[in-house]
Write a protein that binds this ligand. Structure first.
Ligand code: CMC
Length: 382
């Protein structure tokens, strides 16, 4: 048999059909269940978007209120999860703590291994709600502050900020965060969704699938790019250093984090929305946020001129996120965990959809090593 065609990184391979999300990489369009991302970012809330992603349609008022109440009921964390957080904060990366806490959740869910669709949806609601509480609590404990109980009168985004900072923040910050959550909620078969599907395709459970997704999201080529991009902006330091820094980085064959995408070969529509939000918050922004914004805008202009049209490398969702999160008061080590808080509805919806017609995911690899080697006992090896 000759060497088969190998699609490194599974590029260009369709592995399933899905009704959840369309990413049109040529036109720079993104749809959740048929709705353009721009409309959802402008008019929806994260909670409503979660309903849409999970159920495939927008809820009526009554359906929304019930769903919202179920989400709120799941916000509190069991003592065992709080203990894991307190034990591990400061000793491991926040994404590792989040992954560990999520993988321990079945211990507190008596119905965790029930494979009915109703139970999978219930677990999805629990995961969406609890991931927010877990990440906010990790952030709180990291600051050496006492744990804050959830406030059920607040939205998911508002409660996240409350549990993180111990005080109710302005509605503008909660709105900005809500938009960020919507923009990151779903993105077809990205690396973390794919790894969740690989885990679930063995007929493992939803908690295990989401745990796999978190492990995959951590890497700097995927969710970790948001904090890597902010680190770069801080390394640039002053806006006037931007061009020199980027030129040097590109000459040294370094990747500029927050640029490029496997599917988008044009401007990522999510990055456009985040950029607009960032520009509109400048009037009341701190000096630090204005500095980051100036660097980001100079870097974006330069990269678009240098690599946009010629190499199809454009800003992606992670590029402008750092300055926006900084404006909301979110520390850099929570950026990627917040990406997980946003993406959990996407992971769950894909898993539930895939289980409707499950097939074990098991690709091939082309072996290039030796065969029939002679086994030499250890004592006779040179
Ligand atoms: N800066 C400089 N050059 C780049 C970049 C970048 N950010 N991204 C790609 N390239 C170059 C790369 O060096 C390669 O050049 P050459 O052909 O000369 O070797 C060419 O473009 C193709 O790169 P690739 O890695 O084969 O392309 P890919 O489709 O596998 O990469 C990517 C997609 C996201 C991994 C890549 O663009 C990248 O590493 N970007 C930086 C990390 C990042 O921002 N990730 C977040 C992605 S969006 C959020 C998410 O959904 O996860």
């Amino acid at each position: 048999m000759g060497k088969p065609v190998i699609n490194k990184g599974l590029e260009g391979i369709y592995m399933t059909e899905s009704r959840i999300c369309k990413v049109d990489g040529k036109a720079g369009k993104l749809y959740y269940r048929g709705y353009p991302i721009e409309a959802l970012a402008r008019h929806s809330s994260f909670e409503e978007t979660c309903y849409l992603i999970l159920y495939g349609r927008l809820p009526t008022r009554k359906e929304f209120d019930r769903f919202d109440m179920l989400l709120k009921k799941e916000r509190a964390l069991p003592q065992g999860i709080l203990d894991i957080i307190e034990e591990t904060v400061g000793r491991a990366d926040v994404m590792d703590i989040l992954r560990t806490a999520v993988s321990a959740l079945p211990a507190y869910d008596p119905d965790a291994y029930n494979k009915s669709k109703a139970s999978e949806v219930r677990e999805s609601v629990a995961l969406i709600s609890k991931l927010g509480s877990i990440v906010a609590t990790i952030g709180r404990v990291s600051q050496g502050e006492p744990i804050v109980k959830p406030d059920l009168s607040l939205s998911h985004a508002g409660n996240f900020l409350y549990m993180l900072n111990g005080r109710r923040q302005g509605t503008e910050e909660a709105r900005l965060l809500d938009t960020m959550l919507i923009l990151h909620a779903e993105h077809s078969s990205n690396a973390s969704t794919f790894s969740a599907l690989v885990t679930g395709s063995t007929l493992s459970d939803l908690y295990a699938a989401v745990t796999s997704g978190i492990g995959t999201l951590k890497g700097p080529l995927h969710g970790g790019a948001d904090s890597a991009a902010l680190k770069m902006m801080n390394a640039i330091g002053r806006p006037e250093n931007t061009e020199r820094y980027i030129n040097r980085a590109l000459a040294g064959k370094q990747r500029i984090m927050g640029f490029g995408h496997r599917v988008y070969k044009t401007y990522d529509p999510r990055a456009r929305i985040i950029k607009k939000d960032l520009e509109s918050l400048q009037k009341h922004a701190s000096k630090e946020v204005r500095r980051l914004t100036a660097i980001a805008l100079r870097a974006e202009k330069m990269m678009v001129e240098k690599l946009g049209k010629t190499h199809n490398i454009w800003p992606n969702v992670d590029f402008f996120s750092g300055p926006v999160y900084t404006a909301i008061g979110i520390p850099e080590d929570l950026f990627t965990p917040l990406f997980a808080v946003s993406r959990v509805p996407g992971w769950c919806a894909h898993m539930i959809e895939y289980w409707e017609d499950n097939r074990l995911i098991r690709p091939l690899e082309y072996y290039t090593g030796k065969v029939d080697r002679e086994y030499v006992p250890m004592g006779k090896r040179g």
